[in-house]
Design a protein around this ligand. Structure first.
Ligand code: 1GP
Length: 241
């Protein structure tokens, strides 16, 4: 059986683009999950990410369980902290916030999550997470107490991504932040994608098919969309298979 990571690598080789819906456990109404996932299955969505900067209602486990009952798509935890880990998912993006200089999000959260991960069957995917200025102060910035990298600073973004690859990350995630005003510019995606050997994830502030296609054409292997689906389910219908 192939791992989820091997499937992502295969998709990259085949130039098959991947799209994840991000479910924020603080925002989703679990009673709407069955209906929502019917639409997801009619769309080009290939992955489900669950997580957020905060999980105030402690809903992550319930939300993941409910989602697993209604989909066969791979479900990955996208944790805002070590508390957001549940065995009921298929895997976890094991994030290091490489754009920041806060040791809590570079190594402390990771150590604190080990007791939950060590005997779990979750597929753990080491991911270099790079926060980029999306034109508005986002929750990641607030919670992590780190500054995003300016979109003007292309070299810093590129070098951060490559430093992640050189230190063994399996994925690089360029993040403008949930609800960003500006997505990561296609020129930046292109610059990073052209030098990176591992798959590239891009998310934050993508709200239209045009923006989605711009991210894909620039070289994103997997795009993540959350807010636009929360606010407008018709957008999901625009992305029919
Ligand atoms: C956030 O990249 C994701 O972590 C998705 O962002 O909610 O703006 O789509 P949006």
């Amino acid at each position: 059986l192939k791992t989820m990571y091997e499937d992502i690598i295969q998709a990259k080789k085949d130039s098959k683009k991947l799209l994840a819906v991000l479910i924020d456990p603080d925002k989703i109404d679990t009673s709407r999950i069955p209906e929502f996932f019917q639409k997801v299955h009619e769309s080009i969505i290939t992955h489900v990410f669950v997580g957020g900067s905060t999980d105030e209602g402690n809903q992550l486990e319930t939300v993941v369980k409910t989602i697993k009952q209604h989909t066969n798509l791979p479900v990955l935890i996208f944790p805002g902290s070590h508390e957001q880990i549940t065995e009921t998912a298929d895997g976890i993006l094991f994030l290091s916030l490489l754009s920041g200089r806060n040791p809590k999000y570079l190594i402390e959260q990771q150590i604190q999550s080990v007791s939950k991960l060590v005997n779990s069957s979750l597929e753990i995917i080491p991911t270099g997470y790079i926060l980029i200025d999306g034109g508005v102060e986002t929750a990641v910035q607030r919670v992590s107490e780190t500054q995003p990298i300016s979109q003007e600073d292309e070299t810093a973004i590129l070098h951060t991504a490559l430093a992640g690859q050189f230190s063994g990350k399996k994925l690089i995630y360029l993040e403008a932040g949930s609800g960003a005003k500006k997505m990561v510019k296609p020129e930046i995606i292109q610059k990073v994608a052209s030098q990176l050997q591992i798959p590239l994830i891009v998310g934050g502030g993508i709200r239209s098919k045009t923006q989605l296609n711009a991210a894909f054409s620039a070289g994103a292997d997997l795009v993540v969309i959350g807010t636009a689906f929360e606010e407008n389910e018709a957008f999901l219908e625009e992305l029919k298979k």
